[in-house]
Design a protein around this ligand. Sequence first.
Ligand SMILES: [Zn+2]
Length: 233
Amino acid sequence: MIYDSLHTIGLYWLFLIPGLLLGGWAHIRLSHTYGKYSQVPVDSGMTGAQAAREILDRAGLADMPVEEVPGHLSDHYDPTKRALFLSSENFHGQSVAAVGVAAHEAGHALQHQAAYGLFNVRMALAPVSHFASMAYMGILFLGWFMHLLPIALWIIIATFSVITFFQLVTLPVEYDASSRAKEQLFRLGLVHEHERAGVSKVLDAAALTYVAALVTSILTLLYYITIARDSRR
Ligand SMILES: [Zn+2]
Protein backbone atom coordinates (compact mmCIF):
# COMPACT_ATOMS: atom_id res chain seq x y z
CA MET A 1 0.00 0.00 0.00
CA ILE A 2 2.80 2.38 0.96
CA TYR A 3 4.68 1.27 -2.11
CA ASP A 4 1.57 1.93 -4.21
CA SER A 5 1.10 5.51 -3.05
CA LEU A 6 4.82 6.24 -3.41
CA HIS A 7 4.65 4.78 -6.89
CA THR A 8 1.67 7.05 -7.73
CA ILE A 9 3.44 10.14 -6.37
CA GLY A 10 6.56 9.17 -8.33
CA LEU A 11 4.51 8.81 -11.50
CA TYR A 12 2.90 12.19 -10.88
CA TRP A 13 6.25 13.96 -10.81
CA LEU A 14 7.59 11.91 -13.70
CA PHE A 15 4.69 13.04 -15.89
CA LEU A 16 4.36 16.54 -14.54
CA ILE A 17 7.91 17.88 -14.22
CA PRO A 18 8.70 18.01 -17.98
CA GLY A 19 5.47 19.98 -18.61
CA LEU A 20 6.13 22.35 -15.71
CA LEU A 21 9.69 23.01 -16.92
CA LEU A 22 8.62 23.53 -20.53
CA GLY A 23 5.73 25.80 -19.49
CA GLY A 24 7.95 27.87 -17.21
CA TRP A 25 10.62 28.19 -19.88
CA ALA A 26 8.04 29.18 -22.55
CA HIS A 27 6.60 31.92 -20.30
CA ILE A 28 10.03 33.30 -19.40
CA ARG A 29 10.97 33.32 -23.08
CA LEU A 30 7.74 35.09 -24.07
CA SER A 31 8.08 37.77 -21.41
CA HIS A 32 11.73 38.31 -22.37
CA THR A 33 11.03 38.46 -26.14
CA TYR A 34 7.86 40.54 -25.79
CA GLY A 35 9.64 42.89 -23.34
CA LYS A 36 12.52 43.35 -25.75
CA TYR A 37 10.46 44.04 -28.89
CA SER A 38 7.94 46.26 -27.11
CA GLN A 39 10.90 48.66 -26.74
CA VAL A 40 11.69 48.55 -30.48
CA PRO A 41 9.63 51.18 -32.37
CA VAL A 42 8.25 50.38 -35.84
CA ASP A 43 9.44 52.59 -38.69
CA SER A 44 5.86 53.18 -39.85
CA GLY A 45 5.04 54.74 -36.46
CA MET A 46 1.77 52.81 -36.41
CA THR A 47 0.07 51.63 -33.24
CA GLY A 48 -1.15 48.06 -32.89
CA ALA A 49 -4.73 49.30 -33.28
CA GLN A 50 -3.89 51.16 -36.51
CA ALA A 51 -2.09 48.14 -37.97
CA ALA A 52 -5.03 45.82 -37.15
CA ARG A 53 -7.46 48.40 -38.59
CA GLU A 54 -5.46 48.59 -41.82
CA ILE A 55 -5.34 44.79 -42.22
CA LEU A 56 -9.08 44.46 -41.56
CA ASP A 57 -10.02 47.37 -43.86
CA ARG A 58 -7.92 45.99 -46.71
CA ALA A 59 -9.59 42.59 -46.25
CA GLY A 60 -13.06 44.14 -46.56
CA LEU A 61 -13.74 43.99 -42.82
CA ALA A 62 -14.10 47.77 -42.32
CA ASP A 63 -17.12 47.31 -40.05
CA MET A 64 -15.28 45.05 -37.60
CA PRO A 65 -14.52 46.97 -34.36
CA VAL A 66 -11.02 47.05 -32.81
CA GLU A 67 -11.38 47.70 -29.09
CA GLU A 68 -9.10 48.17 -26.11
CA VAL A 69 -9.28 45.70 -23.17
CA PRO A 70 -7.52 45.77 -19.80
CA GLY A 71 -4.87 43.18 -18.87
CA HIS A 72 -1.41 42.09 -19.99
CA LEU A 73 -1.40 40.13 -23.28
CA SER A 74 -5.18 39.82 -23.03
CA ASP A 75 -5.42 40.35 -26.81
CA HIS A 76 -7.95 38.15 -28.61
CA TYR A 77 -10.40 37.89 -31.47
CA ASP A 78 -13.97 37.13 -30.43
CA PRO A 79 -15.72 35.18 -33.22
CA THR A 80 -19.18 35.48 -31.60
CA LYS A 81 -18.95 39.29 -31.39
CA ARG A 82 -16.92 39.48 -34.61
CA ALA A 83 -14.63 42.00 -32.90
CA LEU A 84 -10.92 42.41 -32.13
CA PHE A 85 -9.82 43.14 -28.58
CA LEU A 86 -6.32 44.46 -27.92
CA SER A 87 -4.63 45.00 -24.56
CA SER A 88 -3.82 48.67 -23.80
CA GLU A 89 -0.08 48.24 -24.41
CA ASN A 90 -0.67 46.71 -27.84
CA PHE A 91 -3.61 48.97 -28.73
CA HIS A 92 -1.53 52.14 -28.19
CA GLY A 93 1.96 50.67 -28.60
CA GLN A 94 3.99 51.67 -31.67
CA SER A 95 6.44 48.81 -31.27
CA VAL A 96 7.37 45.72 -33.29
CA ALA A 97 5.72 43.61 -30.54
CA ALA A 98 2.45 45.62 -30.45
CA VAL A 99 2.04 45.60 -34.23
CA GLY A 100 2.94 41.88 -34.40
CA VAL A 101 0.42 40.82 -31.75
CA ALA A 102 -2.33 43.07 -33.19
CA ALA A 103 -1.74 41.61 -36.66
CA HIS A 104 -1.91 38.07 -35.21
CA GLU A 105 -5.39 38.81 -33.78
CA ALA A 106 -6.42 40.28 -37.14
CA GLY A 107 -5.12 36.97 -38.58
CA HIS A 108 -7.82 35.14 -36.60
CA ALA A 109 -10.46 37.47 -38.09
CA LEU A 110 -9.12 36.59 -41.57
CA GLN A 111 -9.37 32.86 -40.73
CA HIS A 112 -12.99 33.38 -39.71
CA GLN A 113 -13.73 35.34 -42.90
CA ALA A 114 -12.06 32.66 -45.05
CA ALA A 115 -13.99 29.90 -43.19
CA TYR A 116 -10.62 28.21 -42.53
CA GLY A 117 -11.53 24.63 -41.58
CA LEU A 118 -9.56 24.22 -38.35
CA PHE A 119 -10.73 27.63 -37.12
CA ASN A 120 -14.34 26.46 -37.52
CA VAL A 121 -13.57 23.17 -35.76
CA ARG A 122 -11.96 25.08 -32.90
CA MET A 123 -14.93 27.46 -32.66
CA ALA A 124 -17.38 24.53 -32.55
CA LEU A 125 -15.30 22.76 -29.90
CA ALA A 126 -14.89 25.83 -27.66
CA PRO A 127 -18.18 25.42 -25.68
CA VAL A 128 -17.66 21.63 -25.42
CA SER A 129 -14.13 22.16 -24.10
CA HIS A 130 -15.40 24.81 -21.67
CA PHE A 131 -17.99 22.37 -20.31
CA ALA A 132 -15.36 19.61 -20.05
CA SER A 133 -13.07 21.97 -18.08
CA MET A 134 -15.87 22.72 -15.59
CA ALA A 135 -16.72 19.02 -15.22
CA TYR A 136 -13.03 18.16 -14.80
CA MET A 137 -12.48 20.84 -12.13
CA GLY A 138 -15.69 19.77 -10.37
CA ILE A 139 -14.71 16.12 -10.16
CA LEU A 140 -11.17 16.96 -9.00
CA PHE A 141 -12.69 19.23 -6.33
CA LEU A 142 -14.98 16.42 -5.14
CA GLY A 143 -11.95 14.13 -5.08
CA TRP A 144 -10.39 16.26 -2.35
CA PHE A 145 -13.27 15.44 -0.02
CA MET A 146 -14.12 11.83 -0.74
CA HIS A 147 -12.51 8.74 -2.14
CA LEU A 148 -13.18 8.75 -5.83
CA LEU A 149 -14.93 5.75 -7.29
CA PRO A 150 -12.92 4.04 -10.05
CA ILE A 151 -15.46 5.29 -12.59
CA ALA A 152 -14.52 8.88 -11.62
CA LEU A 153 -11.02 8.30 -12.98
CA TRP A 154 -12.47 7.40 -16.36
CA ILE A 155 -14.67 10.52 -16.29
CA ILE A 156 -11.50 12.53 -15.54
CA ILE A 157 -9.79 10.84 -18.51
CA ALA A 158 -12.77 11.50 -20.80
CA THR A 159 -13.09 15.19 -19.87
CA PHE A 160 -9.34 15.73 -20.01
CA SER A 161 -9.19 14.10 -23.46
CA VAL A 162 -11.68 16.70 -24.73
CA ILE A 163 -9.58 19.53 -23.25
CA THR A 164 -6.39 18.07 -24.77
CA PHE A 165 -8.01 17.61 -28.18
CA PHE A 166 -9.13 21.26 -28.10
CA GLN A 167 -5.54 22.33 -27.41
CA LEU A 168 -4.33 20.09 -30.25
CA VAL A 169 -6.68 21.85 -32.71
CA THR A 170 -5.69 25.27 -31.28
CA LEU A 171 -2.02 24.83 -32.17
CA PRO A 172 -2.23 24.89 -36.02
CA VAL A 173 -4.86 27.66 -35.78
CA GLU A 174 -2.38 29.80 -33.83
CA TYR A 175 0.50 29.16 -36.26
CA ASP A 176 -1.77 29.89 -39.22
CA ALA A 177 -2.95 33.21 -37.68
CA SER A 178 0.71 34.23 -37.24
CA SER A 179 1.60 33.37 -40.82
CA ARG A 180 -1.44 35.33 -42.10
CA ALA A 181 -0.36 38.23 -39.85
CA LYS A 182 3.20 38.30 -41.23
CA GLU A 183 1.97 38.02 -44.83
CA GLN A 184 -0.36 41.03 -44.41
CA LEU A 185 2.16 43.13 -42.46
CA PHE A 186 4.77 42.82 -45.22
CA ARG A 187 2.36 42.94 -48.15
CA LEU A 188 0.77 46.17 -46.87
CA GLY A 189 4.17 47.64 -45.93
CA LEU A 190 3.19 48.04 -42.25
CA VAL A 191 6.45 46.38 -41.22
CA HIS A 192 9.74 46.71 -43.06
CA GLU A 193 12.26 44.05 -44.02
CA HIS A 194 14.61 44.66 -41.06
CA GLU A 195 11.65 44.38 -38.64
CA ARG A 196 10.61 40.98 -39.99
CA ALA A 197 12.79 38.93 -37.62
CA GLY A 198 11.47 40.78 -34.55
CA VAL A 199 7.83 40.14 -35.47
CA SER A 200 8.59 36.44 -36.07
CA LYS A 201 10.39 36.11 -32.74
CA VAL A 202 7.50 37.63 -30.76
CA LEU A 203 4.87 35.49 -32.52
CA ASP A 204 6.97 32.30 -32.26
CA ALA A 205 7.50 32.91 -28.54
CA ALA A 206 3.73 33.34 -28.07
CA ALA A 207 3.03 30.14 -30.02
CA LEU A 208 5.49 28.23 -27.87
CA THR A 209 3.27 28.76 -24.81
CA TYR A 210 0.51 26.86 -26.68
CA VAL A 211 2.98 24.05 -27.47
CA ALA A 212 3.92 23.88 -23.77
CA ALA A 213 0.27 23.80 -22.71
CA LEU A 214 -0.43 20.94 -25.13
CA VAL A 215 2.61 18.91 -24.00
CA THR A 216 1.58 19.42 -20.35
CA SER A 217 -1.95 18.23 -21.11
CA ILE A 218 -0.78 15.15 -23.02
CA LEU A 219 1.54 14.17 -20.14
CA THR A 220 -1.23 14.75 -17.57
CA LEU A 221 -3.57 12.61 -19.65
CA LEU A 222 -0.94 9.83 -19.83
CA TYR A 223 -0.59 10.08 -16.05
CA TYR A 224 -4.33 9.51 -15.53
CA ILE A 225 -4.37 6.64 -18.02
CA THR A 226 -1.40 5.00 -16.28
CA ILE A 227 -3.06 5.12 -12.83
CA ALA A 228 -6.35 3.90 -14.28
CA ARG A 229 -4.57 0.91 -15.83
CA ASP A 230 -2.58 0.24 -12.63
CA SER A 231 -5.74 0.32 -10.51
CA ARG A 232 -7.35 -2.38 -12.64
CA ARG A 233 -4.61 -4.89 -11.82
ZN1 LIG B 1 -4.06 33.56 -31.46
